[in-house]
Design a protein around this ligand. Structure first.
Ligand code: ADP
Length: 246
């Protein structure tokens, strides 16, 4: 049996009387890139919130790398186990350069001093140089981040997550508000990262989903409606009904 990076078992989250996740069973293999789609209110954000410890399950379990004991851990502790989350709005230090932002993410607190006083280790300098190339910002490495486009800030933040060497990357709507060209480049970046990372992407843009996804999970009313390739799910009558009924 292949190794699971993430699995949920009858995962339920209720807010008062409202059930946002309902007995959700989801699993993905190490090294997989999975796209999760679903109409508004399907539970996609709650799904990420519960994986990262921001929201606690009402019942059921989340297992990360086979470890089911996440319930008692703080958000910070769960992140340190190796889960990196990219929110919709980029959270980069606008007054620092892309190189400095990446340097800080590479090896926090030591790197704060190292990058500010120009003493970053050769190893982290090499990592940062490689990441700058991966995210396509090598030519803008030393300009202030506030000069970057929205897309470039998104890539920088993805790079900052990767700098922390997570085992699982959770990426929430990475192409919202991007140009067509930026969207395509974001797809290439995620496909490139997927060669060495397990990634969950939440996305609305179906063209983009088609570009990056081999396996898609459709959430509806807090549970898995169906899973399959983009061709399979696009012709599934249940999916058509859910989306047309939105
Ligand atoms: P999606 O990301 O798929 O649009 P969400 O996970 O944001 O869906 O929300 C699922 C449902 O749970 C929605 O109906 C939303 O209103 C509800 N919900 C989410 N968070 C809370 C909360 N903190 N309190 C009450 N209801 C919530």
């Amino acid at each position: 049996m292949s190794e699971k990076i993430l699995a949920t078992e009858n995962l339920t989250v209720s807010f008062g009387g409202f059930t946002a996740l309902n007995q959700l069973n989801f699993s993905m293999d190490v090294g997989e890139l999975r796209v999760v789609i679903g109409p508004n209110g399907a539970g996609k954000t709650t799904f990420l919130d519960v994986i990262t410890g921001k929201v606690r399950p009402t019942s059921g379990h989340v297992a990360f790398k086979g470890n089911r004991n996440l319930r008692k851990l703080s958000e910070h502790q769960i992140a340190r186990l190796g889960i990196g989350r990219k929110f919709q709005t980029p959270r980069v230090y606008l007054n620092l350069t892309p190189r400095e932002n990446l340097q800080l993410s590479c090896d926090r607190p030591k790197a704060v001093f190292a990058s500010l006083f120009g003493t970053a280790s050769q190893a982290s300098q090499r990592t940062v140089a490689g990441l700058l190339e991966t995210i396509g910002l090598d030519k803008k490495a030393d300009k202030a981040a506030h000069l970057l486009s929205h897309g470039e800030k998104q890539w920088l933040e993805i790079g900052m997550l990767v700098a922390q060497s997570p085992d699982l990357l959770l990426v929430d709507e990475p192409v919202a508000g991007l140009t067509d060209e930026e969207t395509e480049l974001t797809g290439k970046l995620l496909l490139n990262l997927a060669e060495s990372h397990s990634i969950v992407v939440i996305e609305h843009d179906m063209e983009f989903v088609r570009q990056i996804a081999s396996q898609v999970t459709v959430l509806h009313q807090g549970t898995v409606l169906c899973e399959g390739t983009m061709d399979e799910i696009q012709t599934d009558p249940r999916v058509i009904e859910v989306y047309l009924g939105e």
